[in-house]
Write a protein that binds this ligand. Structure first.
Ligand code: HEM
Length: 408
Protein backbone atom coordinates (compact mmCIF):
# COMPACT_ATOMS: atom_id res chain seq x y z
CA UNK A 1 0.00 0.00 0.00
CA UNK A 2 1.64 3.24 -1.06
CA UNK A 3 1.28 6.51 0.79
CA UNK A 4 1.24 9.86 -0.99
CA UNK A 5 4.58 11.54 -0.52
CA UNK A 6 5.35 15.19 -1.11
CA UNK A 7 7.22 16.24 -4.22
CA UNK A 8 10.88 16.57 -3.18
CA UNK A 9 12.51 19.98 -3.27
CA UNK A 10 16.09 19.25 -4.21
CA UNK A 11 17.55 15.78 -4.48
CA UNK A 12 17.53 13.85 -1.19
CA UNK A 13 21.14 12.89 -0.59
CA UNK A 14 21.52 12.22 3.11
CA UNK A 15 22.45 8.58 3.80
CA UNK A 16 20.27 8.42 6.89
CA UNK A 17 19.62 4.65 6.91
CA UNK A 18 23.17 3.31 6.67
CA UNK A 19 26.32 4.23 4.73
CA UNK A 20 25.27 1.68 2.12
CA UNK A 21 21.52 2.14 1.65
CA UNK A 22 19.81 4.82 -0.42
CA UNK A 23 18.60 7.91 1.45
CA UNK A 24 15.30 7.03 3.19
CA UNK A 25 13.44 9.76 1.30
CA UNK A 26 14.51 8.25 -2.04
CA UNK A 27 13.32 4.75 -1.06
CA UNK A 28 9.95 6.10 0.11
CA UNK A 29 9.57 8.03 -3.09
CA UNK A 30 10.35 4.97 -5.21
CA UNK A 31 7.61 3.01 -3.45
CA UNK A 32 5.05 5.79 -3.85
CA UNK A 33 5.90 7.31 -7.21
CA UNK A 34 8.84 5.80 -9.11
CA UNK A 35 8.63 8.59 -11.68
CA UNK A 36 8.19 11.67 -9.53
CA UNK A 37 8.22 15.40 -10.12
CA UNK A 38 11.18 17.08 -8.48
CA UNK A 39 11.60 20.76 -7.71
CA UNK A 40 15.13 22.00 -8.34
CA UNK A 41 16.69 24.43 -5.88
CA UNK A 42 15.94 27.35 -8.21
CA UNK A 43 12.23 26.48 -8.14
CA UNK A 44 11.74 24.97 -11.59
CA UNK A 45 10.29 21.48 -12.00
CA UNK A 46 11.94 18.38 -13.42
CA UNK A 47 11.65 14.65 -12.76
CA UNK A 48 13.30 12.05 -10.55
CA UNK A 49 13.20 8.40 -11.66
CA UNK A 50 13.85 5.76 -9.00
CA UNK A 51 12.04 2.53 -10.04
CA UNK A 52 14.07 -0.29 -11.64
CA UNK A 53 11.79 -0.82 -14.66
CA UNK A 54 11.37 2.88 -15.22
CA UNK A 55 15.10 3.63 -15.03
CA UNK A 56 15.88 0.75 -17.37
CA UNK A 57 13.28 1.88 -19.88
CA UNK A 58 14.49 5.47 -19.70
CA UNK A 59 18.14 4.55 -20.26
CA UNK A 60 17.25 2.45 -23.28
CA UNK A 61 15.29 5.32 -24.84
CA UNK A 62 17.45 7.71 -26.85
CA UNK A 63 14.69 10.32 -26.83
CA UNK A 64 16.19 11.03 -23.41
CA UNK A 65 19.29 12.97 -24.36
CA UNK A 66 22.64 12.80 -22.54
CA UNK A 67 23.71 16.09 -24.01
CA UNK A 68 23.11 18.39 -21.11
CA UNK A 69 25.30 16.52 -18.74
CA UNK A 70 28.91 15.51 -18.63
CA UNK A 71 27.94 12.11 -17.30
CA UNK A 72 29.69 11.33 -14.05
CA UNK A 73 31.33 14.72 -14.13
CA UNK A 74 28.30 16.92 -13.56
CA UNK A 75 29.63 20.14 -14.89
CA UNK A 76 26.52 22.24 -15.12
CA UNK A 77 25.77 24.15 -18.27
CA UNK A 78 22.77 25.64 -19.91
CA UNK A 79 20.10 23.23 -20.96
CA UNK A 80 16.39 23.49 -21.61
CA UNK A 81 14.48 23.10 -18.37
CA UNK A 82 17.52 23.69 -16.19
CA UNK A 83 18.27 26.84 -14.26
CA UNK A 84 19.61 29.65 -16.42
CA UNK A 85 23.33 29.11 -16.76
CA UNK A 86 25.41 31.25 -14.51
CA UNK A 87 28.34 29.11 -15.51
CA UNK A 88 30.13 28.39 -18.80
CA UNK A 89 29.17 25.46 -20.97
CA UNK A 90 32.19 23.30 -21.63
CA UNK A 91 30.95 21.08 -24.46
CA UNK A 92 34.08 19.09 -24.75
CA UNK A 93 35.05 17.43 -28.03
CA UNK A 94 35.49 13.67 -27.70
CA UNK A 95 33.56 13.42 -24.43
CA UNK A 96 31.12 10.93 -25.86
CA UNK A 97 29.39 10.13 -22.55
CA UNK A 98 27.56 13.44 -23.04
CA UNK A 99 26.73 12.96 -26.71
CA UNK A 100 23.73 11.50 -28.51
CA UNK A 101 23.69 9.46 -31.73
CA UNK A 102 25.06 9.84 -34.34
CA UNK A 103 28.03 11.62 -32.66
CA UNK A 104 28.09 9.16 -29.78
CA UNK A 105 27.94 6.20 -32.16
CA UNK A 106 30.99 7.40 -34.06
CA UNK A 107 33.20 7.46 -30.97
CA UNK A 108 31.74 4.39 -29.30
CA UNK A 109 32.37 2.29 -32.44
CA UNK A 110 35.96 3.38 -32.51
CA UNK A 111 36.46 2.16 -28.93
CA UNK A 112 34.33 -0.95 -28.64
CA UNK A 113 37.04 -3.18 -30.14
CA UNK A 114 39.56 -2.06 -27.53
CA UNK A 115 37.28 -3.06 -24.64
CA UNK A 116 35.86 -6.42 -25.71
CA UNK A 117 35.66 -9.28 -23.19
CA UNK A 118 38.41 -11.00 -25.18
CA UNK A 119 40.78 -8.02 -25.07
CA UNK A 120 40.13 -7.60 -21.39
CA UNK A 121 40.78 -11.30 -20.72
CA UNK A 122 44.24 -10.80 -22.24
CA UNK A 123 44.86 -8.14 -19.63
CA UNK A 124 43.79 -10.37 -16.76
CA UNK A 125 47.22 -11.77 -16.03
CA UNK A 126 48.74 -8.32 -15.96
CA UNK A 127 46.00 -7.08 -13.62
CA UNK A 128 46.62 -10.00 -11.27
CA UNK A 129 50.31 -9.07 -11.19
CA UNK A 130 49.51 -5.42 -10.44
CA UNK A 131 47.24 -6.50 -7.57
CA UNK A 132 49.79 -8.92 -6.09
CA UNK A 133 52.61 -6.37 -6.32
CA UNK A 134 50.50 -3.74 -4.61
CA UNK A 135 49.64 -6.20 -1.85
CA UNK A 136 53.36 -7.06 -1.46
CA UNK A 137 53.93 -3.37 -0.78
CA UNK A 138 50.99 -3.21 1.59
CA UNK A 139 52.34 -6.18 3.54
CA UNK A 140 55.63 -4.34 4.09
CA UNK A 141 53.85 -1.44 5.83
CA UNK A 142 53.12 -1.26 9.53
CA UNK A 143 49.38 -1.01 10.14
CA UNK A 144 47.22 0.97 10.49
CA UNK A 145 47.32 2.11 6.87
CA UNK A 146 44.85 3.81 4.55
CA UNK A 147 43.61 1.15 2.14
CA UNK A 148 42.50 3.81 -0.36
CA UNK A 149 46.00 5.26 -0.82
CA UNK A 150 47.84 1.95 -0.59
CA UNK A 151 45.57 -0.33 -2.59
CA UNK A 152 42.19 0.82 -3.91
CA UNK A 153 43.48 3.87 -5.80
CA UNK A 154 46.84 2.57 -7.10
CA UNK A 155 45.48 -0.68 -8.61
CA UNK A 156 43.00 0.81 -11.12
CA UNK A 157 45.30 3.80 -11.73
CA UNK A 158 48.20 1.53 -12.67
CA UNK A 159 45.96 -0.57 -14.90
CA UNK A 160 44.35 2.30 -16.79
CA UNK A 161 47.73 4.06 -17.18
CA UNK A 162 49.21 0.94 -18.71
CA UNK A 163 46.22 0.42 -21.01
CA UNK A 164 46.08 4.03 -22.21
CA UNK A 165 49.82 4.67 -22.22
CA UNK A 166 49.73 7.42 -19.58
CA UNK A 167 52.93 7.59 -17.47
CA UNK A 168 52.04 6.48 -13.92
CA UNK A 169 54.68 8.92 -12.61
CA UNK A 170 52.21 11.66 -13.56
CA UNK A 171 49.53 10.25 -11.28
CA UNK A 172 49.60 13.24 -8.95
CA UNK A 173 48.43 15.45 -11.81
CA UNK A 174 45.51 13.29 -12.83
CA UNK A 175 44.46 11.87 -9.46
CA UNK A 176 44.28 15.25 -7.73
CA UNK A 177 42.58 16.97 -10.66
CA UNK A 178 40.10 14.14 -11.25
CA UNK A 179 39.10 14.17 -7.60
CA UNK A 180 38.65 17.95 -7.72
CA UNK A 181 36.53 17.56 -10.81
CA UNK A 182 34.23 15.10 -9.07
CA UNK A 183 33.73 17.19 -5.93
CA UNK A 184 30.29 18.72 -5.60
CA UNK A 185 31.08 21.83 -3.61
CA UNK A 186 34.03 23.11 -5.54
CA UNK A 187 33.74 26.54 -7.14
CA UNK A 188 33.39 26.49 -10.86
CA UNK A 189 36.69 28.34 -11.19
CA UNK A 190 38.48 25.59 -9.29
CA UNK A 191 36.71 22.93 -11.30
CA UNK A 192 37.63 24.58 -14.56
CA UNK A 193 41.22 24.98 -13.36
CA UNK A 194 41.36 21.25 -12.60
CA UNK A 195 39.83 20.50 -15.96
CA UNK A 196 42.30 22.87 -17.69
CA UNK A 197 45.24 21.16 -16.03
CA UNK A 198 44.03 17.73 -17.14
CA UNK A 199 43.33 18.96 -20.68
CA UNK A 200 46.80 20.52 -20.95
CA UNK A 201 48.49 17.38 -19.62
CA UNK A 202 46.53 15.02 -21.87
CA UNK A 203 46.66 17.34 -24.90
CA UNK A 204 50.46 17.21 -24.80
CA UNK A 205 50.42 13.47 -24.31
CA UNK A 206 48.16 12.70 -27.29
CA UNK A 207 50.12 15.14 -29.47
CA UNK A 208 53.27 13.15 -28.69
CA UNK A 209 51.47 9.89 -29.42
CA UNK A 210 50.26 11.17 -32.77
CA UNK A 211 53.84 12.03 -33.70
CA UNK A 212 55.31 8.80 -32.31
CA UNK A 213 52.65 6.18 -31.66
CA UNK A 214 53.47 3.37 -29.25
CA UNK A 215 51.73 0.13 -28.28
CA UNK A 216 48.89 1.53 -26.21
CA UNK A 217 45.23 2.40 -26.66
CA UNK A 218 45.72 6.17 -27.00
CA UNK A 219 48.38 5.56 -29.68
CA UNK A 220 45.93 3.31 -31.55
CA UNK A 221 43.38 6.11 -31.45
CA UNK A 222 45.98 8.71 -32.44
CA UNK A 223 46.51 6.72 -35.65
CA UNK A 224 42.93 7.67 -36.67
CA UNK A 225 43.66 10.81 -38.69
CA UNK A 226 40.04 11.88 -38.63
CA UNK A 227 40.25 12.46 -34.87
CA UNK A 228 41.43 15.94 -33.91
CA UNK A 229 43.84 16.52 -31.04
CA UNK A 230 40.94 18.05 -29.08
CA UNK A 231 38.82 14.95 -29.63
CA UNK A 232 41.69 12.67 -28.64
CA UNK A 233 42.17 14.76 -25.51
CA UNK A 234 38.47 14.46 -24.63
CA UNK A 235 38.48 10.68 -25.09
CA UNK A 236 41.67 10.36 -23.03
CA UNK A 237 40.15 12.51 -20.29
CA UNK A 238 36.97 10.42 -20.14
CA UNK A 239 38.79 7.08 -20.15
CA UNK A 240 41.37 8.11 -17.59
CA UNK A 241 38.82 9.61 -15.21
CA UNK A 242 36.17 6.90 -15.58
CA UNK A 243 38.87 4.25 -15.56
CA UNK A 244 40.37 4.90 -12.16
CA UNK A 245 37.98 6.87 -9.92
CA UNK A 246 35.04 4.48 -10.21
CA UNK A 247 36.90 1.22 -9.65
CA UNK A 248 38.95 2.76 -6.83
CA UNK A 249 35.77 3.70 -5.00
CA UNK A 250 34.27 0.26 -5.56
CA UNK A 251 37.37 -1.47 -4.16
CA UNK A 252 37.45 0.74 -1.06
CA UNK A 253 33.72 0.94 -0.33
CA UNK A 254 33.32 -2.75 -1.23
CA UNK A 255 36.00 -3.68 1.30
CA UNK A 256 34.26 -1.52 3.91
CA UNK A 257 30.96 -3.29 3.15
CA UNK A 258 32.61 -6.72 3.44
CA UNK A 259 34.24 -5.79 6.75
CA UNK A 260 30.84 -4.69 8.01
CA UNK A 261 29.25 -8.01 6.94
CA UNK A 262 31.64 -10.54 8.51
CA UNK A 263 29.55 -13.61 7.75
CA UNK A 264 29.39 -12.70 4.04
CA UNK A 265 33.08 -11.98 4.00
CA UNK A 266 33.83 -15.36 5.62
CA UNK A 267 31.76 -17.13 2.96
CA UNK A 268 33.62 -15.34 0.20
CA UNK A 269 37.01 -16.12 1.76
CA UNK A 270 36.04 -19.78 2.02
CA UNK A 271 34.79 -20.01 -1.55
CA UNK A 272 36.64 -17.91 -4.18
CA UNK A 273 34.29 -19.34 -6.86
CA UNK A 274 31.75 -16.99 -5.37
CA UNK A 275 33.77 -13.97 -6.54
CA UNK A 276 31.98 -13.23 -9.83
CA UNK A 277 28.55 -13.24 -8.15
CA UNK A 278 29.93 -11.34 -5.17
CA UNK A 279 31.25 -8.58 -7.42
CA UNK A 280 27.89 -8.20 -9.17
CA UNK A 281 26.13 -8.03 -5.83
CA UNK A 282 28.56 -5.45 -4.45
CA UNK A 283 28.07 -3.41 -7.62
CA UNK A 284 24.30 -3.57 -7.19
CA UNK A 285 24.28 -2.98 -3.47
CA UNK A 286 26.67 -0.03 -3.52
CA UNK A 287 25.89 1.55 -6.93
CA UNK A 288 28.68 4.08 -6.43
CA UNK A 289 27.89 5.97 -9.66
CA UNK A 290 24.35 6.82 -8.65
CA UNK A 291 22.99 10.02 -10.12
CA UNK A 292 22.79 10.69 -13.87
CA UNK A 293 20.95 13.35 -15.83
CA UNK A 294 19.02 13.16 -19.05
CA UNK A 295 16.73 15.56 -20.81
CA UNK A 296 13.55 14.84 -22.73
CA UNK A 297 13.75 15.78 -26.40
CA UNK A 298 9.99 15.24 -26.78
CA UNK A 299 6.96 14.47 -24.61
CA UNK A 300 7.52 10.94 -23.29
CA UNK A 301 5.27 8.62 -21.26
CA UNK A 302 7.11 6.86 -18.47
CA UNK A 303 5.65 4.95 -15.53
CA UNK A 304 2.21 6.46 -16.08
CA UNK A 305 3.52 10.04 -16.11
CA UNK A 306 4.10 12.40 -19.01
CA UNK A 307 7.54 13.90 -19.06
CA UNK A 308 7.24 16.98 -21.18
CA UNK A 309 9.72 18.00 -23.83
CA UNK A 310 12.62 19.99 -22.41
CA UNK A 311 12.38 18.53 -18.89
CA UNK A 312 15.50 17.64 -17.00
CA UNK A 313 15.31 14.09 -15.67
CA UNK A 314 17.39 12.87 -12.74
CA UNK A 315 18.02 9.12 -12.57
CA UNK A 316 19.03 7.28 -9.39
CA UNK A 317 20.75 3.99 -10.23
CA UNK A 318 21.12 3.26 -6.52
CA UNK A 319 17.37 3.55 -5.97
CA UNK A 320 16.66 1.37 -9.01
CA UNK A 321 19.11 -1.28 -7.81
CA UNK A 322 17.36 -1.34 -4.43
CA UNK A 323 13.88 -1.72 -5.94
CA UNK A 324 12.09 -4.61 -4.15
CA UNK A 325 10.01 -5.21 -7.31
CA UNK A 326 13.21 -6.41 -8.96
CA UNK A 327 15.46 -7.62 -6.11
CA UNK A 328 14.13 -9.45 -3.07
CA UNK A 329 15.26 -7.87 0.22
CA UNK A 330 17.18 -5.27 -1.78
CA UNK A 331 18.80 -3.58 1.21
CA UNK A 332 20.48 -6.84 2.26
CA UNK A 333 23.95 -7.64 0.95
CA UNK A 334 23.69 -11.24 -0.25
CA UNK A 335 26.74 -12.40 -2.17
CA UNK A 336 24.89 -15.53 -3.32
CA UNK A 337 22.28 -13.45 -5.08
CA UNK A 338 22.38 -13.54 -8.85
CA UNK A 339 22.48 -9.76 -9.21
CA UNK A 340 23.27 -9.64 -12.93
CA UNK A 341 20.76 -7.35 -14.52
CA UNK A 342 21.58 -4.62 -12.02
CA UNK A 343 21.96 -1.15 -13.45
CA UNK A 344 25.20 -0.09 -11.74
CA UNK A 345 26.95 0.06 -15.12
CA UNK A 346 23.99 1.89 -16.64
CA UNK A 347 21.94 0.55 -19.52
CA UNK A 348 21.41 1.27 -23.21
CA UNK A 349 23.84 2.95 -25.57
CA UNK A 350 25.94 4.57 -22.82
CA UNK A 351 26.27 1.39 -20.77
CA UNK A 352 29.73 1.36 -19.24
CA UNK A 353 32.43 0.77 -21.82
CA UNK A 354 34.89 -0.37 -19.16
CA UNK A 355 32.65 -2.85 -17.36
CA UNK A 356 34.64 -5.97 -18.26
CA UNK A 357 37.83 -4.27 -17.17
CA UNK A 358 36.21 -3.15 -13.91
CA UNK A 359 34.92 -6.67 -13.23
CA UNK A 360 38.34 -8.21 -13.73
CA UNK A 361 39.94 -5.60 -11.47
CA UNK A 362 37.37 -6.16 -8.73
CA UNK A 363 37.53 -9.96 -8.85
CA UNK A 364 41.32 -9.86 -8.72
CA UNK A 365 41.34 -7.10 -6.09
CA UNK A 366 38.80 -8.49 -3.60
CA UNK A 367 39.98 -12.07 -4.12
CA UNK A 368 43.65 -11.39 -3.41
CA UNK A 369 43.00 -8.94 -0.58
CA UNK A 370 40.86 -11.45 1.33
CA UNK A 371 43.26 -14.31 0.66
CA UNK A 372 46.42 -12.49 1.70
CA UNK A 373 45.01 -10.47 4.60
CA UNK A 374 42.56 -12.81 6.34
CA UNK A 375 42.70 -10.75 9.54
CA UNK A 376 42.03 -7.42 7.82
CA UNK A 377 39.92 -5.17 10.04
CA UNK A 378 38.90 -1.55 10.34
CA UNK A 379 41.37 0.46 12.40
CA UNK A 380 38.72 2.99 13.47
CA UNK A 381 35.04 2.64 14.43
CA UNK A 382 32.83 2.22 11.34
CA UNK A 383 30.91 5.38 12.23
CA UNK A 384 34.12 7.40 11.87
CA UNK A 385 34.86 6.31 8.28
CA UNK A 386 34.55 9.48 6.17
CA UNK A 387 32.00 8.92 3.41
CA UNK A 388 32.10 10.68 0.06
CA UNK A 389 28.69 12.30 0.24
CA UNK A 390 30.45 15.43 -1.05
CA UNK A 391 31.45 13.79 -4.33
CA UNK A 392 29.60 12.79 -7.47
CA UNK A 393 30.83 9.23 -7.05
CA UNK A 394 30.14 7.59 -3.72
CA UNK A 395 32.84 5.93 -1.65
CA UNK A 396 35.11 6.52 1.32
CA UNK A 397 37.76 9.23 1.54
CA UNK A 398 40.03 6.96 3.57
CA UNK A 399 39.72 3.44 4.90
CA UNK A 400 42.12 2.97 7.83
CA UNK A 401 42.73 -0.77 8.20
CA UNK A 402 44.86 -3.03 10.32
CA UNK A 403 45.84 -6.73 10.39
CA UNK A 404 47.89 -9.02 12.54
CA UNK A 405 51.47 -9.51 11.43
CA UNK A 406 51.00 -13.24 10.85
CA UNK A 407 48.68 -12.30 7.96
CA UNK A 408 51.26 -13.02 5.27
C1 HEM B 1 29.81 4.79 -18.65
C2 HEM B 1 29.71 3.07 -14.10
C3 HEM B 1 34.32 1.54 -14.56
C4 HEM B 1 34.61 3.85 -18.80
C5 HEM B 1 29.37 4.39 -17.40
C6 HEM B 1 28.01 4.52 -16.93
C7 HEM B 1 27.99 4.05 -15.64
C8 HEM B 1 29.33 3.63 -15.32
C9 HEM B 1 26.79 3.98 -14.72
C10 HEM B 1 26.80 5.04 -17.73
C11 HEM B 1 26.76 6.54 -17.84
C12 HEM B 1 25.52 7.08 -18.53
O1 HEM B 1 24.60 6.35 -18.90
O2 HEM B 1 25.47 8.31 -18.70
C13 HEM B 1 30.96 2.53 -13.84
C14 HEM B 1 31.32 1.88 -12.59
C15 HEM B 1 32.61 1.43 -12.73
C16 HEM B 1 33.06 1.83 -14.05
C17 HEM B 1 30.41 1.73 -11.39
C18 HEM B 1 33.51 0.68 -11.77
C19 HEM B 1 33.16 -0.13 -10.88
C20 HEM B 1 34.79 2.00 -15.75
C21 HEM B 1 36.12 1.74 -16.26
C22 HEM B 1 36.22 2.38 -17.45
C23 HEM B 1 34.93 3.06 -17.70
C24 HEM B 1 37.20 0.89 -15.59
C25 HEM B 1 37.44 2.32 -18.31
C26 HEM B 1 37.82 3.11 -19.17
C27 HEM B 1 33.33 4.32 -19.09
C28 HEM B 1 33.02 5.07 -20.30
C29 HEM B 1 31.63 5.35 -20.25
C30 HEM B 1 31.14 4.75 -19.02
C31 HEM B 1 34.00 5.48 -21.39
C32 HEM B 1 30.82 6.12 -21.29
C33 HEM B 1 30.19 5.17 -22.26
C34 HEM B 1 29.33 5.84 -23.32
O3 HEM B 1 28.89 6.97 -23.14
O4 HEM B 1 29.09 5.17 -24.33
N1 HEM B 1 30.17 3.82 -16.41
N2 HEM B 1 32.03 2.49 -14.68
N3 HEM B 1 34.10 2.79 -16.64
N4 HEM B 1 32.18 4.13 -18.36
FE1 HEM B 1 32.10 3.22 -16.57
Amino acid sequence: MTQPVPVPHGLPVERDVSPFDPPGAISRLREARPVSPLVFPDGHEGWLVTGYDEVRRLMADTRFSSRQDLGVLHVPFETPGMPPATEPSPQMPGLFISMDPPDHTRFRRMLTGAFTVKRMKLLEEHITEVVERQLDELARLTPPVDLVQEFALPVPSLVICELLGVPYEDRDTFQVNSAKFLEKDVTLDDKMAAFGAMAAFLGELVTRKRAEPGEDLLSDLARHDELSIEELTGIAFLLLLAGHETTANMLALGTFALLEHPEQRAELSADPDLLPDAVEELMRYLSIADIFYRYATEDIELGGETITKGSTVVVSLLAANHDPRRFEHPDTLDLHRKARGHLAFGHGIHQCLGQQLARIEMRAGFGALLRRFPTLALAIPAAEVRLKSDMNIYGVHELPVTWTSTAE
